[in-house]
Unconditional design. Structure first.
Length: 434
């Protein structure tokens, strides 16, 4: 099906200079992070190099799987392959846009109606077309009709560039779409392994973007600490992280993991209207999608001003800090996930039932492959793999005794280098970060 009426070749002169959302000309850019990044000597990532690398990573994984291409619905996967963004959080639950990436051929973005101008700067996108959505909210009783229209267009596109290989990888798609493609001779294989594997190895330009995201997160954390006082609510404290991130071109926060006092044990309570008291432990996990769409996933635990830390708080902090430092010092490129699980810091029995879900996990545009489990959880959830150079892992620790009053969550974001590790975050790990 020819759609030249919607074809939109991109003028390379329209490439955005910064790669931040909005594609604002540098002469008009008022982002306060630009000064902060300059002061911190954090280099501007080369967006063209980054985009080309990420697209080729996707295509390399498609070649390994003998796929003719892929259909991407997940907004983070679309962004990884094309760097195109549009209403990211909404699109996570309403499939109003998608992309087709040919292994050898075009990159076609199917975007929300009349949104072609949002990607004027992205010259790796060969063509832009309006998306055909087929979820119930938008289409009601016409869902069956629309899924057929969607499949007609995709199958024609796939066959035009597949060279007779009609095996297609699909990240997330409801069964009516998979079945409709099958009726047209296209074998759509659901799964996210191909793109999770693509996202695992980071380019140096991605690390530059991530360093800037981490810096913005730490600016936000410093403001959180500055404003933390008895009488404010958990929600009020948490909102500061979001506000500072958004003001600097960041995008959203994946969770609301901040708790205080007795809500810190066991872990995983999201923030509430509880009033924080003097001397309360406050623990939080940033889970933040920052500038350039890169995730900063770090955690800290603080004692609220007004009282000195108790001996129990200091003990919990010591355990959590020792664990995370031990595990980071242990890891090296070439180590297997199982080897790390077997050698990891051993919590005492009073902490094991409340342990965190993973020792470490990948980080990129969000939390990503892999998830490295404790030896105690290996039989149920564990899987093996290799920790490679140029990957980024967030190392987790949580110390909270069974039946204890409080707990503390710590986490560092770590670049695995050719020779060892580099902790990307530098904000104080102390209970009182001054």
């Amino acid at each position: 099906m020819a759609r030249h009426d919607y074809e939109a070749k991109v003028d390379p002169s329209k490439r955005a200079p910064t790669g931040l959302i909005g594609n604002v000309d540098l002469s008009e850019d008022g982002n306060p992070a630009l000064i902060e990044w300059a002061d911190a000597n954090l280099a501007q990532p080369d967006m063209n190099v980054m985009r080309s690398y990420r697209l080729e990573r996707v295509r390399s994984e498609l070649r390994k799987g003998d796929y003719a291409g892929c259909i991407l619905f997940d907004p983070l996967n679309i962004r990884y392959a094309t760097d195109a963004t549009n209403m990211q959080v909404w699109c996570m639950h309403d499939a109003v846009r998608y992309a087709f990436v040919a292994t050898e051929g075009p990159v076609v973005l199917f975007d929300f109606a009349r949104c072609e101008h949002l990607t004027d700067h992205l010259d790796l996108i060969t063509e832009r077309r309006p998306a055909t959505s087929w979820f119930y909210f938008e289409n009601g009783p016409r869902v069956d009709e629309l899924v057929q229209k969607w499949a007609d267009e995709l199958s024609d596109l796939i066959k035009s560039c597949s060279g007779g290989n009609n095996r297609i990888a699909v990240d997330k798609c409801e069964m009516p779409g998979i079945l409709a493609l099958a009726e047209r001779g296209v074998t759509a294989i659901p799964g996210t392994d191909f793109i999770e594997n693509a996202r695992y190895i980071k380019h140096a330009e991605e690390i530059k973007a991530m360093r800037r995201s981490v810096n913005t997160t730490e600016v936000a954390m410093a403001e959180m600490w500055r404003q933390l006082k008895p009488g404010m609510t958990e929600n009020q404290l948490w909102s500061i992280l979001h506000q500072v991130n958004i003001a600097r071109g960041g995008e959203w926060i994946e969770t609301r993991l901040l708790s205080s006092g007795p809500r810190t044990n066991p872990w995983m309570a999201e923030c509430s209207d509880r009033i924080i008291q003097a001397g309360d432990m406050v623990s939080f996990d940033t889970d933040l999608i920052g500038p350039y769409g890169y995730c900063t996933d770090i955690s800290r635990g603080w004692v609220t001003p007004g009282k000195v830390p108790t001996n129990e708080q200091r003990d919990l902090h010591a355990v959590a800090r020792e664990m995370i430092a031990y595990n980071i010092d242990l890891v090296k490129p070439g180590m297997t996930f199982r080897e790390l699980a077997d050698k990891t810091y051993q919590l005492s029995d009073e902490f094991i039932p409340n342990r965190y879900a993973v020792i470490a996990h990948g980080v990129g545009l969000a939390d990503e492959y892999p998830a490295i489990r404790y030896a105690e959880d290996w039989e149920k959830y564990g899987y093996d793999g290799v920790i490679e150079a140029n990957t980024v892992l967030s190392f987790e620790s949580y110390a909270g005794r069974v039946g204890g009053l409080e707990g503390i969550k710590l986490e560092n974001q770590v670049l695995i280098t050719e020779t060892g590790t580099e902790v990307l975050d530098s904000f104080s790990m102390e209970l009182i970060p001054e």
